[in-house]
Design a protein around this ligand. Structure first.
Ligand SMILES: N#Cc1ccc(NC(=O)NCc2cnc3scc(C#CC4CC4)n23)cc1
Length: 364
């Protein structure tokens, strides 16, 4: 278990019985690039998994293997073999999460401290590493760890940060993620099989369900932290173009059950917004608007990132393929189906940012 002063946050090991899962997940880039990720895998029982953390780690390993198996080599497998499907769906049901890789897997559970016994803070530069990767080298580490460090910094906003935590937040080192690698590799492996023209029926989970099932791919909209802030500040996203408000609501089913319940509790509790308005206190009013403004800035930054990592590489990809006279290869991921050059995904991000901006309390 990843040991740390606050107790072990994540499991980093499973009982040896699960070595077949852990070995395949740990060697995924090599197995995919060597076309060696095959159906053969022993059907293991989930009965030897102990506790929430081991269930999350097992789900993380099976999630990476599932995405790697489905999207290996640029193609797609539409049937998930029972040796993966049965344990993956069993564990997913126990955790009340869908049987597809989600943000809470590849960001929140996919890390370990390089120096587990030391007292270096959680996010001290260079002390973190990821557990599993897709093809794409260090861009995996940059992408997943930057997202994790954003979560760690934002978490301080949900509980009263100590001065030390604020100081630590500055240690957030932005790691390099290659836009081309992100667009051509990482993004593909995070793709889902709902609203995806490459898998119009969805995925058959062999030995679990008779018919194929559809699930959304990974997205930052699955970050419970971000949705917490929206709810806390009373920011309600209407049916934004390209995505519906239901998409954001649906993403709560892709969050850990405890996070989902916390957001629901915030949403059904007294309105902070109404409280601040009722006090008529100028200082509170200004502080509330400062929070709304910071969230809008984060949304704007996300748009800049999506432009750099999806819109621009997608434009280059289209130009290259048109030069080659080939058909334009549309992205396969939820990120790309709506994130390819001003399409629904960008409109969605802009609508979300604009709704956030409008949530400022107007002058009294
Ligand atoms: N499953 C899953 C899962 C889904 C999303 C995330 N995180 C995330 O999008 N963070 C933003 C980010 C931080 N650094 C970098 S480089 C490229 C990006 C990007 C992007 C999208 C296109 C907007 N980013 C993590 C896991």
């Amino acid at each position: 278990l990843g040991s740390d002063p606050e107790g072990s946050w994540v499991a980093t090991e499973l009982p040896d019985y699960y070595a077949p899962w852990m070995n395949v997940a740990a060697n995924l880039p090599h197995l995919i690039e060597g076309h060696q990720l095959r159906r053969e895998m022993p059907l293991l029982s989930t009965q030897y998994l102990r506790g929430h953390r081991q269930l999350r780690l097992a789900r993380l390993a099976l999630g990476f293997i599932t995405m790697g198996y489905v999207w290996q080599g640029g193609g797609r497998q539409t049937i998930l073999p029972r040796a993966l499907a049965v344990p993956y769906c069993t564990i997913s049901e126990l955790l009340d999460l869908p049987p597809i890789l989600v943000y809470a897997d590849c960001v929140l559970a996919n890390w370990k401290k390089r120096d587990p016994c030391g007292n270096k803070p959680f996010n001290s530069a260079g002390n973190l590493d990821i557990l599993f990767s897709f093809p794409g080298g260090d861009s995996n580490k940059g992408f997943f760890l930057v997202s994790l460090l954003v979560e760690a910094a934002a978490a301080a906003g949900i509980k009263v940060p100590s001065p030390n935590e604020i100081a630590r937040g500055q240690a957030l080192r932005v790691k390099c993620v290659n836009p081309g690698v992100f667009f051509r590799s990482l993004r593909i492996y995070l793709s889902g099989w709902k609203d995806n023209f490459l898998m119009p029926e969805g995925l058959v989970y062999e030995g679990v369900w008779d018919s194929p099932k559809q699930f959304f791919g990974g997205s930052a909209a699955q970050s419970s932290t971000l949705q917490c802030f929206d709810v806390l500040l009373g920011i309600q996203h209407s049916a934004a173009q390209g995505f519906s408000a239901e998409y954001l609501g649906c993403m709560r089913d892709y969050m850990p059950a405890a996070h989902r319940a916390f957001i629901q509790t915030l949403a059904s509790g007294p309105s902070l917004r109404q409280f601040v308005l009722a006090t008529g206190d100028a200082g509170l009013h200004a502080a509330f608007n400062k929070c709304v403004s910071a969230l809008a800035d984060l949304r704007s930054y996300h748009i800049q990132i999506a432009t750099k990592y999806i819109t621009i590489p997608a434009g280059r990809c289209r130009a290259e393929q048109q030069q080659l006279g080939g058909c334009v290869h549309k992205g396969t991921s939820v990120l790309s189906e709506r994130g390819t050059g001003g399409t629904g995904f960008m409109r969605f991000l802009k609508a979300i940012r604009d709704t956030t901006r409008k949530a400022q309390l107007t002058e009294q």
